[in-house]
Design a binder for this molecule. Structure first.
Ligand code: C2E
Ligand code: MG
Ligand code: MG
Length: 616
């Protein structure tokens, strides 16, 4: 034997817990037939088996070792004692890989013999591998946890700890790698929650669809779908509810498309729909309309029935954009337009739409400073009495005068404010500012204007919310009877008793309470009877098209009847046309609000608008 070989044997012999070299090496020789099965059909091993008889003679052992070291394709030799107990694995290059017994936490990674000698405590020297019960994933976990780059080989032992053979580590690793690769592909290309393609796979398919369209002269449609007020569901019903709702939405979207089209989840409550091989752009709009309509059906989640709506933006390749990478941003811009025009609709991309792919994080950082820098502003939208035409009140709607991005709509930043907790500061600022404004106006207006302020569910749920409101009322000296808080139905989705108590406390302050966006959230109306609301605002999605969509008109009429039976006043939101204005009267709404009368405007403009209206 050469010096190196002797060295190996010597080191092994010195390893604590192992039988003396002569014995275990000979055992290894006896067991070579088992290895032949596992270490493939390496001829030299077979040869070895034939030539080396099972002896305990030290010289024979050295022969085996010598052969092992000479055979480049022989990966390892296991070391087993006479009782068939595996002890170690002699591996090429003087490494030994140890694996703990399946249920032992102890695990030794890949170490040189010298390192092993220093670090391994003698008592734990049971260098056994995984057994039949150990799943391939566990093996992978062991390998990875131990920080090993690869696994050369390992013992296979029976349940009783008997040696069964050598597992070819390379094969195992190969197998693991293949499986992991498939998993990784899945992880990288599919959304974990909904199991539909994610943004990455969408981009791939979009790119391919555009190439295909170039070849056959057809069109590709891309839709950006954003759920309306999804965050409120998530906040009030819990994340599990939100998750299941998203899964249901994914299914609903898939039910609206053809087999070779793709629905993908972009993240959060954003989805995309890729329509391939379109003959004309109109086909995309037909699908969009089908999606909007499919959302008229409620979703059943965790034994609740809820209504969710979506806003859609459509872009057509190559009509609107020739670069496939820019398509999604344009669809997003169109979706944003849909949101602006009252949600629950679709909009097609038109040149000149502003791109709103805003960087969430930088916006959050900016928002932190916005209040201190006086960048938030309130606009006010009149609420008009249907019977008399008198202006009964205004709704305060916040905007953010961003130094670089211009005037931002609340739909861009309220969600960010809610996620980051900044909504408390923003909300308090809005309430205080609205109270100050109301008080200032009331000095010269008789009767005074009612001031409505939107309250996010996140604000409302704060323990000290009522106290905060009380403080602001006190501090600003406003007449509480002139202040109205607008809350969405979703605040009442959980802990109805707590909500009821809070609403009663708020009422004790002398303020008014309104339900905002009614009809879009929780479908059970029973709680309405118990809650001390004064006014109900019908969501604009029902008011829109009230003149020509019979369903909308009957929904509005039903809501009005319900509200009246509960002595609530009714405000129709989003009245845009003369026809819709006329319908509010037909449906016996008390008040209306919408672009037909006026858009939200700064305080000064509102005064001018009121004056002009008065003189008419
Ligand atoms: P909202 O409370 O339902 O407010 C009504 C929204 O509809 C306003 O959008 C208003 O500009 C818009 N609108 C009014 N009339 C019409 C119409 O005839 N046609 C159309 N297409 N839209 C109309 P805005 O100002 O963008 O506010 C969006 C939402 O942001 C509000 O919905 C409200 O939920 C939220 N928001 C606004 N200000 C605040 C605030 O200070 N605090 C909180 N928490 N949320 C706010
Ligand atoms: Mg509102
Ligand atoms: Mg509303």
């Amino acid at each position: 034997m050469s010096g190196g070989q002797t060295g190996l044997a010597t080191v092994l012999g010195n390893l604590p817990g192992l039988p003396p070299p002569e014995r275990y090496i000979s055992v290894a020789a006896r067991k070579l037939d088992l290895e032949i099965k596992d270490i493939h059909n390496i001829p030299s091993v077979r040869q070895l088996h034939q030539t080396v008889s099972p002896v305990t003679d030290g010289a024979r052992c050295h022969d085996i070792l010598k052969l092992f070291l000479e055979q480049a394709d022989l990966t390892a030799i296991p070391v087993i004692d006479e009782a068939d107990e595996p002890h170690a694995l002699i591996e090429r290059h003087g490494y030994i890989e140890y694996f703990s017994r399946p249920y032992s936490i102890e695990l030794f990674g890949k170490k040189t013999l010298a390192q092993l000698k220093d670090t391994v405590p003698a008592v734990n020297l049971k260098p056994i591998v995984v057994d039949a019960r150990t799943s391939i994933d566990d093996v992978a976990a062991i390998i990875i946890d131990a920080g090993m780059q690869h696994m050369v080989s390992g013992f296979i032992v029976s349940e009783a700890g008997k040696y069964l053979g050598v597992a070819r580590g390379h094969d195992l690793l190969h197998h693991i790698t293949e499986r992991k690769q498939a998993e990784l592909y899945y992880l990288a290309h599919y959304d974990q929650l909904t199991r539909i393609p994610n943004r990455m796979l969408l981009n791939d398919r979009l790119h391919m669809a555009c190439r295909e369209a170039d070849r056959n002269g057809r069109l590709v449609g891309l839709m950006f779908v954003d759920l309306d007020r999804f965050k409120q569901f998530n906040d009030t019903m819990g994340h599990r509810f939100g998750d299941l709702l998203l899964q249901a939405v994914a299914e609903r979207l898939e039910s609206c498309i053809r087999g070779n089209d793709t629905v993908a989840r972009l993240g959060g409550d954003e989805f995309a729909v890729l329509l391939q091989q379109l003959d004309n752009a109109n086909d995309a709009e037909i699908t969009a309309q089908r999606i909007v309509e499919s959302f008229r059906q409620p979703f059943d989640v965790l034994e609740r029935t809820v209504f969710v709506t979506a806003s859609l933006g459509i872009v057509i390749y190559p009509r609107d954009e020739r670069l496939s990478a820019n398509l999604l941003a344009k669809a997003d811009a169109a979706m944003y337009e849909a949101k602006q025009s009252g949600r629950n609709v679709f909009r097609a991309y038109a040149p000149g739409l502003t791109m709103h792919s805003l960087d969430h994080l930088s916006l959050e950082a900016d928002l932190r400073q916005a209040i201190g820098r006086d960048e938030l502003v309130l606009h006010f939208q009149p609420q008009v009495n249907v019977a008399t035409g008198a202006v009964a009140g205004v709704e305060a709607l916040v905007r953010w005068q961003h130094p670089l991005r211009g005037l931002l709509s609340p739909s861009v930043f309220i969600g960010i404010a809610e996620d980051s907790g900044l909504i408390i500061e923003v909300g308090n600022w809005v309430l205080r500012e609205a109270c100050l404004q109301q008080r200032q106006w009331s000095r010269r207006m008789d009767p005074p204007l009612r001031m409505a302020v939107n309250i996010s569910a996140v604000q409302f749920r704060r323990e000290n919310f009522t106290e905060m409101v009380g403080e602001i009322l006190h501090e600003t000296g406003v007449d509480p009877a002139c202040i109205e808080l607008e809350l969405t139905e979703n605040i009442a989705m959980r802990h109805a008793d707590d909500v009821l108590n809070k609403l009663r406390e708020l009422k004790k302050l002398g303020i008014n309470l309104a339900i905002d966006d009614f009809g879009t959230g929780f479908s059970s109306l029973s709680y309405l009877q118990r809650f001390p609301f004064d006014r109900l605002k019908i969501d604009q999605s029902f008011v829109r098209g009230m003149g020509d969509i019979p369903a909308n008109k009957s929904i509005v009429q039903a809501i009005v009847a319900l509200a009246k039976s509960l002595s609530l006043e009714v405000v129709a939101e989003g009245v845009e046309t003369a026809a819709e204005c006329a319908q509010t009267s037909v449906c016996a709404c008390d008040e209306m609000q919408g672009y037909f009368h006026a858009r939200p405007m700064p305080a000064d403009d509102l005064l001018r608008w009121l004056a002009a209206r008065h003189s008419n």
